[in-house]
Design a protein. Structure first.
Length: 341
């Protein structure tokens, strides 16, 4: 007679259920704005613009989320890498004027893609030096991290002023990315559509890397128990340096897109965006990639809706959003202990 010992069979670990409440908040916000705006076409246009803005902000915030969530480093110099990416875009696009002014969309995309790659490369290289010189001596010391990285950003900003001047440097999207696509009375700018595609690609890539690859597993394991991972023969310091460089590169990519989105760049762009990015990662849950994604979309929608309904309140809308979210969930939408990414 065949018998099976149930005691010897390990019980399956229960899978954590995905929390849809923040996504419901996102949908509820959009639906609440519809009767306030009145016109369905205006609401749809504002919503698409807000989502595009949110995805660009997410790209910038994702780099800081990586650095804080995986390395526990409060990098207040993150805005420097955003500014570097934006200024690299002005330089590259100026040198590729033939592609920028070409009526061929593929040539336009090649110009923007080159600007993105150069922006990411320069920001990543400066991030490598930033980590070695400023961040490495203050690992585990949050107050010193804040002070020294903020000082690094101020020095970098002054160097950018020496190179490019303190005034606004105009930057316009290539010919094929100007104007808008019309869906009836609903308009979606071509460049914002591109930004949405890039933002979603960054989200999918990060979630896949962190949750589905050996590299992501090693990085997360190194955060929890560095000595154990190093005893297995892996160099955690190299992984952490790579994480910092990747976060800096993402900031550079976001800077390129933000400069094209705003059609102008100043040396102060990084410092101005630093506050917005920290609001996003606090709303999302410190260290949560998916939380930063949802938080950035909330920020983008609130900024667009408020700018349309009550322009004078637009400057305070993001702070108000953060307060409301933290009153509901003090640890953010997706706390790291039960985050989605």
């Amino acid at each position: 007679m065949n018998t099976v010992s149930t005691a010897a069979t390990p019980a399956a670990l229960p899978r954590e259920r995905f929390d849809f409440s923040p996504l419901a908040l996102l949908a509820g916000l959009a639906l609440l704005a519809l009767p306030l705006i009145g016109s369905a076409s205006s609401w749809a246009t504002l919503t698409l613009a807000g989502l595009a803005m949110g995805l660009i902000v997410f790209i910038m915030a994702s780099g800081l989320t990586l650095v804080f969530g995986l390395m526990d480093v409060l990098n207040f110099g993150h805005g420097l890498f955003i500014a570097l990416g934006a200024f690299m875009a002005t330089t590259v696009l100026a040198s590729l004027s033939g592609l920028v002014h070409s009526p061929d969309l593929s040539a336009n995309l090649l110009a923007v893609g080159t600007a993105c790659l150069v922006g990411m490369g320069v920001a990543g290289a400066v991030g490598l030096a930033f980590e070695r010189v400023l961040v490495r001596p203050v690992y585990g010391l949050h107050l010193k991290q804040i002070l020294i990285t903020m000082g690094g950003m101020i020095v970098g900003e002054e160097l950018l002023k020496m190179q490019y001047g303190a005034q606004l440097v105009p930057i316009t999207p290539p010919e094929g990315l100007r104007g808008a696509l019309l869906f009836g009375d609903v308009a979606l700018e071509r460049f914002r559509l591109l930004a949405m595609v890039v933002g979603l690609a960054v989200l999918v890539g990060l979630l896949w890397l962190l949750n589905r690859t050996k590299l992501g597993l090693l990085i997360r394991a190194g955060v929890q128990d560095r000595e154990m991972v190093e005893s297995l023969g892996y160099r955690i310091r190299r992984l952490f340096i790579g994480t910092f460089v990747a976060g800096s590169g993402l900031a550079g990519l976001g800077g390129v897109l933000w400069g094209l989105y705003q059609q102008g760049v100043t040396p102060q762009i990084g410092a101005q965006l630093n506050v917005l990015i920290f609001i996003v990662i606090i709303i999302g849950g410190l260290g949560s990639t998916f939380g930063s994604f949802v938080g950035a979309l909330l920020v983008g929608l609130v900024a667009n809706y408020t700018g349309f309904l009550a322009p004078k309140l637009a400057l305070f809308s993001n702070i108000a959003l953060m307060v409301v979210v933290l009153l509901w969930r003090p640890e953010g939408l997706y706390p790291v202990a039960r985050r989605a990414g």
